[in-house]
Design a protein around this ligand. Structure first.
Ligand code: ADP
Ligand code: TRP
Length: 334
């Protein structure tokens, strides 16, 4: 099968507002990638988020915010089906069917569950403390998300690779058990070449480290975040040491190459202070991300329009999902 005939699908958990690392590492490449596929599905994994976000108003707001983010960043809803996971409940029926053929041992080995056990053990707590069944069976719902739409390619971050492999194993096991070819075997697409954007403390930018530069913020908010970036005490005149220089590393990953080269030359020559570098970083944020921020704010001011797009997407997704679920029901004898 040509790539052009294949289906791409990915899900985003609405657990927080996105940062510039998410944009450069996931959102921008995915929006570019959909053009190479015949069909593409992008959904808001609200029932996956339910494991951690247990506040109705907040889950609702975060879901709208994720939809607005992707739309603002250029996702074309006439080309990509954009929907809420929960708007197509067929996925939960498929999950129940997949539960019956998935060995419990596969879940015991899943990273997210194992990580929770490790934290509990290190803290001397009961190993299953705080572990919900939703977290335990997380990979089965994710498999249902993928298999219901016959996705061939699933672009994800490295941390999700194992989950896509589990989905593939579940599909294989289902097909073997029922002597069918109903479920398409998916593969993960991991963007290896995307460099990790550093956060304001120099570690990888991540919402778990509280070191992010938000994608959508006012200039004042961006300024405050930039002021958290540590710099050495060299004077304006001194040439700057750019090895292990957090502010330069952040600048480099956000700015166009020629802007970075120009700044590098000035820093190495001396005669520019950190205050000016911070001001330049703010300019880069504005010029690189300001347009997305403005569009995001327009969408968020018009939630009815977001809901309209999501409802249209859900109707299209449901048509595909219904057909696959009916096929699976027939195969299992329901
Ligand atoms: P976070 O670490 O903030 O929780 P997620 O794990 O939700 O981010 O990541 C969502 C997507 O964004 C993934 O595809 C991941 O590879 C990408 N991503 C996250 N942080 C960065 C970063 N600092 N640099 C590049 N890509 C990133
Ligand atoms: N588990 C993914 C994450 O945490 C989100 C997700 C849910 C997903 N279902 C999916 C991703 C299906 C790809 C395909 O990022």
């Amino acid at each position: 099968m040509n790539q052009e005939q294949k289906t791409l699908l990915t899900g985003i958990k609405p657990t927080g507002t996105p940062h510039v690392g998410n944009f450069l590492g996931a959102i921008k490449p995915a929006i570019k990638m959909v053009h190479d596929y015949e069909k593409s599905f992008l959904f808001i994994a609200d029932y996956h988020a339910l494991n951690t976000v247990q506040d109705g108003a907040r889950l609702h707001d975060l879901s709208l915010s994720i939809a607005a983010t992707w739309l603002a960043c250029g996702l074309d809803p006439s080309k990509t089906v954009l929907y809420r996971q929960s708007a197509v409940p067929e996925v939960f029926e498929l999950e129940t069917i997949l539960n019956a053929i998935t060995p419990k041992g596969w879940m015991n080995k899943a990273h997210a569950y194992k990580a929770a056990l490790d934290v509990n053990e290190a803290a001397g707590r009961d190993r299953d403390d705080g572990v919900s069944m939703g977290l335990y069976t997380y990979p089965i719902l994710m498999a249902a998300d993928i298999l219901l739409y016959s996705a061939d390619i699933v672009p994800v971050g490295k941390d999700q690779q194992q989950h896509v492999e589990i989905a593939r194993d579940i599909a294989q096991r289902f097909n073997h058990t029922f002597n069918s070819e109903s479920l398409v075997l998916p593969g993960a697409f991991i963007q290896e070449e995307v460099e990790s954007v550093p956060g304001v403390d120099g570690r990888k930018m991540s919402k778990s480290y509280d070191n992010v530069i938000p994608l959508f913020a006012t200039n004042d908010e961006w300024k405050k975040v930039i002021n958290r970036i540590p710099t050495d005490s060299s004077s304006v005149e001194e040439p700057k040491d750019l090895s292990n220089c957090v502010i330069f590393d952040i600048f480099k990953s956000l700015a166009p190459v020629d802007t970075t080269e120009a700044l590098k030359a000035r820093l190495e020559a001396g005669g520019i202070g950190w205050g000016e570098v911070k001001a330049q970083l703010l300019e880069v944020l504005e010029s690189e991300f300001g347009q997305y921020r403005d569009r995001y704010n327009e969408f968020m001011a018009n939630p009815a329009e977001i809901e309209r797009i999501l409802a249209e997407g859900a109707a299209q997704a449901k048509a595909v999902a219904r057909q696959k679920l009916d096929e699976v029901r027939t195969v299992i004898g329901a």
